[in-house]
Design a protein around this ligand. Sequence first.
Ligand SMILES: Nc1ncnc2c1ncn2[C@@H]1O[C@H](COP(=O)(O)OP(=O)(O)OP(=O)(O)O)[C@@H](O)[C@H]1O
Length: 248
Amino acid sequence: MLRVEKVSKHFAGAEKGTLMKAVDEVSLTIQQNEIFALIGESGSGKSTLAELIVGLQQPTSGLIQWSEELRALKKDMPASWIQLVFQNPDRSMNPYWRVKDIIIEPLCLSGYPKRKALVRAEELLEKVKLSNDFLERYPSECSGGQKQRIAMARALSMSPLLLVADEITSALDPSIEEEILALLLDLKRSEGMSILYITHRLETISGFADHVAVMKNGTIQEMGDVEAVLTAPTSEYTKALLRASTFQ
Ligand SMILES: Nc1ncnc2c1ncn2[C@@H]1O[C@H](COP(=O)(O)OP(=O)(O)OP(=O)(O)O)[C@@H](O)[C@H]1O
């Protein structure tokens, strides 16, 4: 569905004349209706790759392309086909707005009449398993897990083909993290979308993601079917990550 081909993002390094290769010649394909996990330690290049995919940064070289069928469907790819949810939902929420206004903003910006958008907001809250009374709340009246659900409802309002979830459970308690992962699985099934799930926690992806790419220093060390990578890793780096995680 979305092909990332030999994509690099280089920055000027700390020392004069050096390069920081945040992402270096990364290639991967995200299929329709799959959860693709991107795993790696802090600084491995996950967020930079996510921002390249979403279009928030431009690659130094390489290509990021929708499949031919999708390109044929729409000549110019609308940015709304990819939505991003961050680790910190407060980054994308105006604290002075009620939840209903936060959720309907992308719809209204794309020309949806407000009354229709409000009806849609109720449906979206239902999809992320929050009751209607959240519509009138402010973000400060919601927990971290509830705010992540609201951020997801807002992202879903644009019916994305790909949802990029960047460390969205890192700041949550393990039980809330489990609930959010179950919700993502549900959404993959009900909405038929793909999810790029970025995390440094290898132990969260078993039984959840379909494919995984393991990143280190801007490059992919290993990639494949999740259960195969977790049970029979081939790279020394993945083996070390597995030893350090609580995954058995
Ligand atoms: N604008 C920039 N200028 C220079 N270096 C950058 C820039 N953005 C990122 N980097 C560097 O690129 C590397 C990858 O950063 P990135 O944020 O993608 O890693 P990450 O795996 O997402 O880490 P984390 O899990 O901590 O967010 C890091 O060494 C970072 O310091």
